[in-house]
Design a protein around this ligand. Structure first.
Ligand code: HEC
Ligand code: HEC
Length: 277
C-alpha cells in the first residue's frame, strides 16, 4: 500500500503490516479497533481513554469520563493461562460451542457453553449439573483451577458478577405471527398439557432445580431468557434448533414436559413463543 510506512507509535509493526521499529505500548490507551481512512491513514480506536489516534498524529478524544470497571477488566483479562472468561463468553454471552473438558469433576461429557446474559444472580447453583453452588465457588474452580489465574478477592468476584449481570440481554427479532406466540404462551403455562412453566418459571424462567428430564442425567433447569438467540440447545447441544428440542431422541420425551400429545402446529406455536423470551 502507498502508506506502508505509516505508523501510529508503531501500530503497523504490531499488526504485521510493516517492519516499523516502534511498538503499540506507547499508545495512550488499550487499542480495540483499527480502520483506514479513505486517504489511507490508519485510525486506531482505544479505550481508557476513549480516543481515536490517527497515523497523521491527530488525536480525537471520544469521552472525557472514565468507564473503568474492575469486572470488565477481570472478565477480559488473560488469567495467566492465555485464556479469558470472554474467550468463551463474549460480552457475557456464549460461543455456541460444545466443549469436552478432561477434568475429573466434569469428565469427558460434552458441555454446551452456557449464556451468561440471563441474569445470573438468583439462579444459583451454576453449571449444567449445578456443581458450583455460587459465583465465588465457580470463579475459584474455573479462574484459578482450570485457567491458572490468581485467587480473586471477594470484591473482585462481586465486581465481575455485577458487570456480567449489567450486560444487555440479547436482541430478538420481532415475531412473525403474534397469534401463534399467544397460543404458544398458553400451552407453555398449561399444566394439563405441555406443562413447561412448572420448571421454567419466575423472572429467569428457571426454578433453579437439578432434574432428570430424560436427557441422560440430572441437569440444572436452564434459564430460557433470550433462548431464541442461541443454539444449539441442551447440555450436550444435541438440538440444533428449538424445534429439535421436541425430538424425543434428544429432548427427553415426555419426562421433559408432556410433548407427545402435542400436534405439529402446537409445537410450532411453542417454538414461536420460545423465540420471544
Ligand atoms: C473454555 C471456555 C470457557 C471459559 C474460558 C469460561 N467458561 Fe464459563 N462456561 C463454559 C461452559 C462449557 C459452561 C458449562 C459448563 C458445565 O456445565 O460444566 C460454562 C458455564 C458458566 C457459568 C454457568 C451459568 C449458569 O447459568 O449456570 C458461569 C456463571 C460461567 N460459565 C462464568 C464464567 C467465568 C466467570 C469465566 C472466567 C473465570 C468463565 N466462565 C470461563 C465455557 C467457558
Ligand atoms: C421437569 C422440569 C422441566 C419441564 C416441565 C420442562 N423443562 Fe425444559 N428443561 C429442563 C431441564 C432440566 C433442561 C436441561 C436438560 C438438558 O440440558 O439435558 C431443560 C432444557 C430446556 C431447553 C433447552 C435450554 C438450553 O439452554 O439449551 C428448552 C428450550 C426447554 N427446556 C424448553 C421447555 C419446554 C418448551 C417445555 C414444555 C414443553 C419444557 N422445557 C418443560 C426442565 C424442564
Amino acid at each position: 500500500m502507498s502508506n506502508a510506512t505509516d505508523t501510529i507509535n508503531g501500530c503497523r509493526a504490531d499488526l504485521g503490516m510493516s517492519t516499523g521499529d516502534a511498538s503499540l505500548s506507547s499508545m495512550t490507551g488499550e487499542p480495540i479497533a483499527v480502520a483506514f481512512t479513505p486517504s489511507g491513514s490508519i485510525v486506531v480506536q482505544s479505550r481508557e481513554p476513549a480516543m481515536l489516534e490517527l497515523s497523521t498524529g491527530e488525536r480525537i478524544q471520544l469521552a472525557s469520563e472514565t468507564r473503568e470497571d474492575t469486572g470488565h477488566a477481570l472478565f477480559h483479562s488473560n488469567s495467566g493461562g492465555f485464556i479469558a472468561c470472554a474467550s468463551c463468553h463474549a460480552e457475557g454471552n456464549d460461543d455456541g460451542r460444545v466443549w469436552k473438558f478432561s477434568e475429573p469433576c466434569v469428565g469427558a461429557t460434552p458441555r454446551r457453553t452456557q449464556s451468561l446474559q440471563t441474569g445470573l444472580r438468583g439462579t444459583e447453583p451454576f453449571h449444567w449439573t449445578g456443581e458450583e453452588h455460587d459465583f465465588p465457588a465457580l470463579v475459584q474452580d474455573v479462574f484459578v483451577g482450570r485457567m491458572s489465574g490468581p485467587t480473586l478477592a471477594p470484591d473482585q468476584m462481586n465486581a465481575t458478577l455485577t458487570w456480567i449481570d449489567a450486560q444487555p440481554r440479547p436482541a430478538l427479532s420481532p415475531p412473525a405471527d403474534l397469534a401463534a406466540v399467544d397460543r404458544g404462551r398458553a400451552l407453555f403455562a398449561d399444566t394439563a398439557r405441555a406443562g413447561c412453566a412448572s420448571c421454567h418459571n419466575g423472572d429467569h424462567l428457571t426454578n433453579n432445580q437439578t432434574i432428570d428430564v430424560g436427557t441422560g442425567g440430572a441437569f440444572q433447569v436452564p434459564s430460557l431468557v433470550g433462548i431464541g438467540s442461541r443454539g444449539p440447545y441442551l447440555h450436550d447441544g444435541c438440538a440444533q434448533t428449538l424445534r429439535d428440542r421436541f425430538d424425543a431422541s434428544c429432548g427427553g420425551g415426555d419426562k421433559h414436559g408432556m410433548t407427545s400429545v402435542l400436534s405439529d402446529g402446537e409445537i410450532s406455536d411453542l417454538v414461536s413463543y420460545l423465540g420471544t423470551l
